[in-house]
Design a protein around this ligand. Structure first.
Ligand SMILES: NC(=O)C1=CN([C@@H]2O[C@H](COP(=O)(O)OP(=O)(O)OC[C@H]3O[C@@H](n4cnc5c(N)ncnc54)[C@H](O)[C@@H]3O)[C@@H](O)[C@H]2O)C=CC1
Ligand SMILES: O=C(O)[C@@H]1CCC=N1
Length: 280
């Protein structure tokens, strides 16, 4: 059954749209229960209203007043400014859900004189199609009923893992940013397929299906990725030749370094916004 809560999105970018599309497609929130606001881009609001049937508002304070749940979906650097604008409208019975990378729960709480239930999450854009991998960390004033609500929302659009707040930066580096690494791999595979003589649309179809098939094999056989890899790799065959090139170019190290750097960047973003709070 759809949630009987009004959800105000502060921020109407890629992540807000992916979440809105996901929850509406899965029937977990009715379009008229969603209110979207942004920073003075009425065209974008009109586009979302047309595409999803959601309501939009240019007055953030009014949207917050009407809502039961507030989703912070702006860039980390803009969270402070948005909270300043609406802080005196936020009630102790609101639930704040943040998707902002790196932004600590304590930073969000610092805008209010009273305790507010805050849940920090890290989804990814695949929630658009109901396949997000979302990390969830509960703030000190988030009660079991808030956890239930947040899980209902995010379980409807993918899988969820509850983690400690300090682990959310790792979730960000791994699965928050993760789709971009996969798309980068797809771009490389398609280009290589074309260089090897395939038409672009055939290279695209084969690449995407290969990705989908490998993901399903991991999920359904529950075999270790290394075991599945070995099953593809015939001694002296093509895969072995290909993997040798990946090893020479330190493929695994490059992926690991990318994820660790993205994790570190999430921490840096958190430190940058937290440093600003002291100069407010
Ligand atoms: N794009 C992604 O794959 C993911 C993004 N995130 C997080 O989601 C948040 C949003 O990211 P994107 O959607 O990619 O950014 P975006 O740049 O596409 O959208 C940002 C939105 O915030 C709005 N905004 C800026 N200042 C505002 C204010 N003061 N009040 C209300 N709205 C304001 C902008 O008008 C815009 O609609 C970020 O904090 C990011 O870390 C989290 C997981 C994945
Ligand atoms: O690139 C970013 O900062 C955001 C957070 C995770 C994915 N996109």
């Amino acid at each position: 059954m759809a949630l009987q809560k009004t959800i105000a999105f502060l921020g109407a970018g890629s992540m807000a749209e992916a979440l809105i599309a996901g929850v509406i497609n899965k029937g977990v929130v009715a379009p008229h229960k969603i209110l979207v606001t942004n920073r003075q881009n009425r065209e974008r609001l009109a586009e979302l209203a047309k595409r999803y049937g959601v309501r939009t508002a240019t007055d953030k304070r009014e949207a917050v007043r009407e809502a039961d749940v507030i989703v912070l979906a702006m860039k980390p650097k803009d969270v402070g400014e948005a909270l300043k604008e609406v802080a005196d409208r936020v009630r102790a019975n609101h639930l704040i859900i943040s998707v902002a990378a790196g932004v600590p729960i304590s930073f969000i709480q610092s805008f209010f004189p009273h305790p507010v239930p805050i849940v920090r999450t890290m989804p990814n854009t695949s929630c658009h199609v109901g396949l997000s991998a979302t990390g969830i960390a509960l703030g000190p004033y988030a009660a079991p009923c808030h956890e239930t609500l947040v899980r209902k929302l995010f379980d409807a659009i993918g899988i969820t893992c509850v983690v400690k707040e300090e682990q959310l930066d790792a979730v960000t580096g791994l699965s928050g940013s993760g789709p971009a690494y996969i798309y980068f791999l797809v771009e490389a595979m398609e280009q290589a397929g074309q260089k090897a003589g395939l038409a672009p649309e055939i290279a695209r179809r084969l690449t995407v299906q290969t990705l989908l098939g490998a993901a399903h094999m991991l999920l359904e056989t529950r075999e270790e990725p290394s075991v599945l890899r070995e099953k593809v790799t015939s001694p002296g065959g093509t895969t072995m030749a290909g993997l040798e090139v990946l090893r020479t170019h330190q493929f695994q190290e490059a992926i690991q370094r990318a994820i660790l750097r993205a994790t570190e960047r999430a921490k840096e973003l958190g430190q940058l916004v937290s440093a600003k709070v002291h100069s407010r």
